[in-house]
Design a protein around this ligand. Structure first.
Ligand code: ADP
Ligand code: MG
Length: 234
């Protein structure tokens, strides 16, 4: 569904992505893992067309994304840091997004309800706590029922209850055959969610394998433990 071929991106002297090739398919739920600065967000932004690679290319359903931007309406994106007009209240942000996406027929308001956002629709964006802002970002990512969900550190700042709600939602959407790409620092949160692991280090793809394969290779069931093994014996 999404294929990155030999994608390289440099910022000045720094190679944020170094010849990265990955293949992401429907029904997969992929964890994008790597230390800070390893290129996870840059890879996500390249897929979204927000960063243009220096070389290599990305296709979405066989179409080069450089030539056809319409694929973007099939992606729900939750950015690492969501920025919204400060003076709008939550309701206005949702209305604005619905106006922009007028041609989306079905909307999915499950997260709005489950996060209790309906009770705080009149609050201004600038007054929201980090966690509430994350809830708005998450609800927006799922709102237009997209085929692909790209979630960059989605649970950062969420309380445990909200984290669990989001996790269950991710699992539910994945079971409908959607592709989910998710980065998180907290590996334990990914255990029940992901089917595949992409591991980046210093902009290079270290591996892309199934969770099952990783478990077999390391003899560990939990993702955090499996990674502890990999770090010990790289
Ligand atoms: P991650 O999400 O894995 O923490 P990023 O993809 O955000 O990493 O960043 C990878 C590297 O590229 C980092 O060293 C970061 O400082 C650098 N980088 C990312 N975006 C830019 C930019 N717009 N300008 C300059 N350097 C950038
Ligand atoms: Mg990042």
């Amino acid at each position: 569904m999404i294929i990155a071929s030999n994608v390289t991106k440099t910022f000045g002297k720094l190679k944020a992505l170094d010849n990265v090739s990955v293949n992401c398919n429907r029904g997969q739920s992929i964890a994008l893992i790597g230390p800070n600065g390893s290129g996870k967000t840059t890879l996500i932004k390249s897929i979204l067309g927000m960063v243009v690679p220096d070389s290599g290319f990305i296709t979405f359903d066989q179409h080069n994304i450089l030539h056809d931007w319409r694929y973007r309406e099939r992606i729900g994106y939750m950015p690492q840091i969501g920025r919204y007009p400060d003076n709008m209240n939550i309701a206005q942000v949702f209305t604005m997004m619905r106006d922009i996406r007028r041609n989306s027929i079905t909307t999915d308001e499950e997260l709005i309800e489950e996060f209790g956002l309906n009770n705080m629709m009149q609050k201004k964006m600038r007054t929201l706590s980090g966690g509430t802002r994350q809830k708005v970002s998450a609800a927006l990512a799922f709102l237009f029922n997209p085929d692909v969900l790209i979630l960059d550190e989605p649970t950062a700042g969420l309380d445990p209850v909200a984290s669990e709600i989001l996790k269950q939602k991710i699992i539910k959407e994945k079971q409908k055959g959607k592709l989910v790409l998710i980065t998180s620092h907290i590996l334990s949160e990914l255990d029940d969610v992901v089917s595949e692991i992409i591991y980046l280090q210093e902009g290079k793809l270290q591996f892309h394998k199934s969770l099952q394969q990783l478990q077999e290779d390391t003899g560990e069931v939990k993702l955090a433990k499996a990674f502890a093994q990999i770090m010990k014996y790289p």
